[in-house]
Design a protein around this ligand. Structure first.
Ligand SMILES: [Zn+2]
Length: 298
């Protein structure tokens, strides 16, 4: 393990191949990922799904401009083992959690997405500061969350997309992802007049992208720049560093107080424990907030 590669973990790498109207992202997440996962006590299967979704949130979220605000990936189902898996991204800060039924989990017949999210769907939401909220939805019927996200871009965004995802480790995980997208008719912001999944420029880049192995993505001996050069050594690739990935929760006591203050006094009394405190936990970071009834009275 060399020092350079260590520096690049938890860091996004952006690249563009202008001659082929392609943009890409590579990320490898270590510290931030384990910080998010370690506060939850999920079974390994659920941990791995959360790790995958956090990593996808990082590569997708990083394609937004900063003024676009927050990007959320949400997988949910009414009857599945998992009722909700949610991760969001804002300028490098990621967070996520999973809600699942332990009895259904123990009794499940297999680990397929179909079992875990029976008839569920995947939603990607962008909360823009100025233009408001945008959401697209696809069914959760792929073989992996990565598959479903790829499908989302093609179906919902008409944006040819290839994603390779890798994970290694058990208690201490490292994940990595490569995202490559074709932007026909140039850069973002311009109307795309036609979308062709078999566009020759895209076909070429897609085939090159598919030669990236999941193992390379999580091999901490290989700097991310080198991964990009290896894939596209015959192309004119422009590479730049993107956001640093961190575990970021936006829970705050003032907001929780505002919410509790809206309940009638009688309901607040019922919510409180023997010490006269209402305990609210943040589902994302598992932090407990202790709000005393006395302090609310003021
Ligand atoms: Zn929190």
């Amino acid at each position: 393990m060399n020092e350079q590669s260590e520096i690049m973990n938890d860091q996004l790498l952006h690249f563009t191949i202008a001659s082929r109207d392609v943009r890409g992202r590579i990320v490898r997440i270590d510290t931030a990922l384990n910080a998010i996962i370690s506060v939850h006590n999920y079974p390994p299967l659920i941990e791995n799904l959360l790790a995958e979704t956090i990593t996808l949130a990082a590569v997708i979220g990083s394609t937004l401009k900063n003024e676009d605000g927050q990007m959320t990936i949400q997988a949910q189902s009414a009857d599945g083992v998992i009722s909700l898996l949610v991760c969001d991204y804002i300028a490098g800060a990621v967070r996520g959690y999973v809600q699942f039924d332990q009895h259904k989990f123990d009794a499940r017949e297999d680990d397929s997405l179909e079992t875990l999210f029976a008839d569920g769907y995947l939603a990607i939401t962008i909360d823009r500061a100025k233009q408001g909220r945008y959401q697209g939805i696809v069914p959760l019927d792929g073989s992996s969350i990565t598959d479903c996200v790829e499908h989302y871009f093609v179906q919902s965004e008409q944006l040819p997309t290839k994603i390779i995802y890798g994970i290694r480790g058990d208690s201490n995980k490292i994940t990595g992802a490569l995202l490559v997208q074709h932007l026909p008719d140039g850069e973002e912001g311009k109307e795309r007049l036609h979308v062709r999944l078999d566009h020759p420029e895209w076909e070429h880049v897609k085939i090159l992208s598919q030669s990236m192995s999941p193992e390379e993505l999580v091999d901490t001996c290989i700097p991310l720049e080198e991964l990009a050069w290896r894939l596209f050594h015959e192309e004119e690739v422009r590479i730049e560093k993107g956001d640093i990935i961190s575990r970021g929760c936006r829970c705050n006591e003032a907001h929780i107080r505002d919410v509790i203050a809206k309940f009638p006094d009688s309901e607040r009394q019922e919510m409180a424990n023997e010490e006269g405190q209402i305990v609210v936990d943040c589902k994302f970071c598992s932090k407990d907030f202790f709000i005393s009834l006395a302090s609310l009275a003021n």
